[in-house]
Every structure is written in structure tokens, then in C-alpha cells.
Design a binder for this molecule. Sequence first.
Ligand SMILES: [Zn+2]
Length: 157
Amino acid sequence: MLQCRDVQAGVVGVASPLAEHEEEAVAERAASRRPRPPTLLLRGLLLRCPRCGRRKLFSGWFTPPDPCPSCGLSFNRDNDATVGWIIVNLGVTEILFVALGVAVLLATWPDVPWTGLTVVAVAVNGLLPLLLVPFSRTVWAAIELLMDRMDGPPAGR
Ligand SMILES: [Zn+2]
């Protein structure tokens, strides 16, 4: 009887590490299928779904995309997503605006073409945000994935 308990304890002792190993292997496989951060951001910059890479998500330049038909990733989950892509949009616009302004100032100092620079500044700040709308949406979706905000629990849980 004592030997039987020992055998059972041994079986339990062996089975438990196997179960843990199997869970770790499942977690590693799930992690290996997840795109790496540069891949997520590159897909966003190329107007692809950051999670699966699917193309042609937009029906119009200013139309928010529906959830990805391949993986179901939502691009309009809540108000935070709207604020997020607008921050990306205006942030990129202002970084490019400042970089352009500094480059023109450095290249033309002391004879800076102020009138031309003003016209370009207005054009950049007026048009660039419109051009960046879809890119901002997909890049923000990639950033949300990176923050694990849009990832649900692994399948099977
Ligand atoms: Zn997708």
C-alpha cells in the first residue's frame, strides 16, 4: 500500500512538470507567432493590418476601417483609439514641420525666405494631417498592440 502511494506520488510528480513544460511550450509558440514590434510598426506604416499584415483595409481615405476581415483587429475600439491616432497624426506633422523649418533656417541663414517659409508652413500644417489620416490609424493600432491593449487572451482560454 505504501508503495502504491509512492508510485502515485511519483506519477503526479512527473506529470506536473510535464504539464508546466507543455504550458510553457504553448506560450512560447503563441509568442513566436506574434509579430515583432518593428514588423507591427512597418505594417502600420504600409497601411496594413499590424497584427496579420492584410492589405486594403480602407474603403476611403477618411473612412475608418472596419475590423480586419482576417484577424478581427478593431481599429475603432473606443474613444482612446480616436485620440491615439490623432496624436500620432499631429505628432508626425509637427515633427516634420519643425525639421523642415530648422533645415530651411540652417540652409538659408541669414537670408531666410520668411514669406516662402510661412506659405510652406501653412501648407504642411494644413495638408499633411489630411494625408496622414489612414497611416495614423494603422500605426496607432500597431502601438496599441504593442501596449497589449488590443490583444485578447490567447485562444483557448
Ligand atoms: Zn488583421
